[in-house]
Design a protein around this ligand. Structure first.
Ligand SMILES: Cc1cc2nc3c(=O)[nH]c(=O)nc-3n(C[C@H](O)[C@H](O)[C@H](O)COP(=O)(O)O)c2cc1C
Length: 325
């Protein structure tokens, strides 16, 4: 049995499972096996140092799979923004047909992508933002509950509420994101009104994820309590794996440090990248969700997807059906 939803139908993807954009993870090595497994993977535009490098990464991914894949473009409020328009052009010229936007004010990008016949999934963390993206003309919403890795927003609404609240109001397809790792999560998301799921942390803990083995092992060892919320005082909350650095950031924020400069030395991308290069899980900040508590193995992407789909089908066909008496 396959699971057919508005998402699989409208986006031409075999299974209702998406691998969201992930800084320092969304390379060809991650995205190609996701595509090969019949799911939708996103390269992360800003993981590439330049728009030219992104063009090459798109070409490299295409050499590894002939199935569809997309690119994530995350729009951050920075003092010196990256050349977004040039990254966008690399995506358009690279023949990409699906883009995941995330972050602030995507309108300009949505307009350009739509003008080139590209479908846009906007990832957000609040129903009001989902509705505003729908008005902008995006084709689907990915909505991240408070559980998620990365930026959960400032409303602190868990997926159990956020997904049905979004489904009540949003007319276009919805992907439930945050806190999902298995077939139970997929069926629950569908029951709550979503048309598919988006996962981040679970995809990081696969054989193919291009991150150090020590990071994967740490996420397997961690339970659901091993995350920290940093940047709360800056109103730019990020959920990260709890480690020596995240604890130090939280302590500084608690002591009243409320400026980015107070923690900048701890959270810089450079430091995070060096920690990753060294496989040092205590070396920098690393995005990971509460869903770590549901992750107990390091399967290949194909094994993971087979397991999720098989479990989801068994829950629908056996467990739930049996409850009907
Ligand atoms: C290591 C890592 C890096 C991430 N980087 C980004 C990013 O650059 N842009 C983005 O839109 N989302 C990013 N995310 C969020 C994911 O795309 C996804 O929304 C989130 O992980 C879902 O929550 P989950 O981890 O509980 O599945 C990142 C997540 C992880 C785990």
């Amino acid at each position: 049995m396959a699971i057919k939803t508005r998402f699989t139908e409208e986006f031409g993807i075999e299974k209702p499972i998406v691998q969201g954009g992930m800084q320092w993870v969304g390379y060809a090595e991650m995205v190609a096996p996701v595509a090969e497994a019949g799911c939708l993977g996103f390269l992360t535009a800003l993981t590439q140092p330049t728009p030219e490098a992104l063009a090459k990464e798109i070409a490299r991914t295409r050499e590894m799979t002939d199935k569809p894949f997309g690119v994530n473009i995350t729009i951050l409020p920075t003092i010196t923004p990256p050349p977004y328009a040039e990254y966008r052009q690399a995506i358009i010229e690279g023949g990409i047909k699906i883009v995941e936007t995330a972050g602030y004010k995507p309108q300009e990008h949505v307009d350009h992508f739509k003008a080139h016949g590209i479908k846009v999934i906007h990832k957000c963390t609040a129903v009001r933002h989902a509705l505003s993206a729908e008005r902008m003309g995006v084709d689907a919403i990915s909505i991240d509950g408070f559980e998620c890795a990365g930026h959960p927003g400032e409303d602190d609404i868990p997926g159990m509420i956020l997904i049905p609240a979004a489904a009540n109001k949003v007319k276009i397809p919805i992907l439930a994101s945050g806190g999902i790792a298995d077939g139970r999560g997929l069926v629950a998301a569908l029951a709550l009104g979503a048309d598919g799921i988006n996962m981040g942390t679970r995809f990081c803990v696969t054989k193919e994820a291009p991150i150090p083995e020590s990071f994967k092992q740490q996420m397997v060892a961690n339970d659901e309590r091993q995350t920290d919320l940093i940047f709360r005082t800056l109103h730019n909350t990020a959920r990260v794996m709890r480690n020596a650095v995240s604890q130090e950031v939280v302590a500084i924020e608690k002591e009243g440090g409320a400026k980015f400069e107070d923690v900048q030395h701890l959270v810089s991308g450079k430091r995070g990248l060096a920690a990753m290069r060294d496989g040092d899980t205590d070396g920098g900040i690393w995005s990971a969700g509460q869903v770590q508590g549901l992750i107990n193995d390091i399967p290949s992407v194909a094994e993971l997807i087979d397991q999720i789909m098989g479990d989801a089908e068994a829950i629908i066909d056996k467990r739930l059906r049996a409850m009907r008496g």
